[in-house]
Design a binder for this molecule. Structure first.
Ligand code: AMP
Length: 271
């Protein structure tokens, strides 16, 4: 991949990178479309990164749809698909890990120890392979986005991190590869995440600024759904992920499936 990227850069072409774990959906494709609009060459990486999954998480059963992914990316007109193997990325003896302290130490970082270390390490390697001018990440994974922005700034990587809005189903559920795990009843129950975010942003618009009361709206909405169990509900600063600010973030288990979602309460809730 790096040789192709070097040749593009030698020709003065701008390069956009969209990192994914495959099982592509319209959320991923919105990142690809933004990358195609803003760059002369676009690389999409597909790599289910084992080191960002904890013990007992869903690495072994993570959804995969390689043929469909390929067809979708061909149709979108991307210039390269980078699909490294686990051995390419982590050959025997590889021992370097990238840690972004601070942002990575709360919420998802606590719920999934080692997750952001895995993310930051793989993103640094993907940047080294594809040499992008810009890299595209979804607002859906807001803490990941903040970690990657910090990584790019702290290590002077020279990559502009572009954030893309969350793509949702008609009823509000944020698209996620993990939605495929939900059965019909769970799928209906999963709408409680976006409902909670909508109710909190409506309260914010009416003038509610008390973090405890905003958190209670999030928590009570999730707790009203019998199939859901709350992992966390917080309102944080979107850059530092410390308490305060206006980004409402949620992690919820629906049956065995863990879903996350977020919304900036300053913005009107879509739909
Ligand atoms: P993943 O394949 O889950 O690692 O996601 C790859 C990229 O797509 C990440 O930057 C995600 O934040 C982004 N993404 C996932 N779901 C959505 C969505 N519903 N809307 C926008 N971006 C998304």
């Amino acid at each position: 991949m790096r040789d192709i990227a070097l040749a593009w850069r030698a020709d003065g072409l701008t390069v956009g990178l969209v990192p994914t774990m495959g099982a592509l959906h319209a959320g991923h494709m919105s990142l690809v479309e933004a990358a195609c609009r803003e760059n002369e060459r676009v690389v999409v990486s597909i790599f289910v990164n084992p080191i960002q999954f904890g013990a007992g998480e869903d690495l072994g059963r993570y959804p995969r749809s390689p043929e469909r992914d390929l067809a979708m990316l061909r149709e979108a007109g991307v210039d390269a698909i980078y699909k490294p193997s686990v051995a390419d990325m982590y050959p025997p003896g590889a021992g370097t890990r990238v840690n972004v302290h601070g942002i990575a130490d709360s919420l998802e970082g606590v719920a999934r120890p080692g997750h952001f270390e895995g993310v930051a390490t793989v993103v640094a390697k993907l940047f080294a392979a594809a040499l992008p001018d810009r890299a595209y990440f979804g607002q859906k994974d807001a803490q990941q986005l903040a970690v990657v922005k910090r990584l790019a700034a702290d290590l002077d990587l020279g990559v502009e991190i572009r954030a893309c809005p969350t793509v949702r189903e008609a009823d509000g559920l944020a698209l996620s590869s993990r939605n495929a795990y939900l059965d019909a009843a769970e799928r209906q129950a999963a709408v409680c995440l976006s409902r909670a975010l909508r109710l909190a942003s409506e309260a914010y618009r009416r003038g509610e600024r008390d973090l405890g009361r905003l958190r209670a709206i999030l928590r009570n909405t999730i707790e009203a759904e019998p199939l859901a169990s709350l992992d966390y509900a917080e309102v944080v600063d979107p850059a530092t992920f410390t308490r305060g600010g206006s980004l409402a973030v949620l992690a919820v288990r629906i049956g065995k499936t863990r879903l996350i979602d977020n919304h900036d309460l300053k913005l009107t809730y879509p739909g």
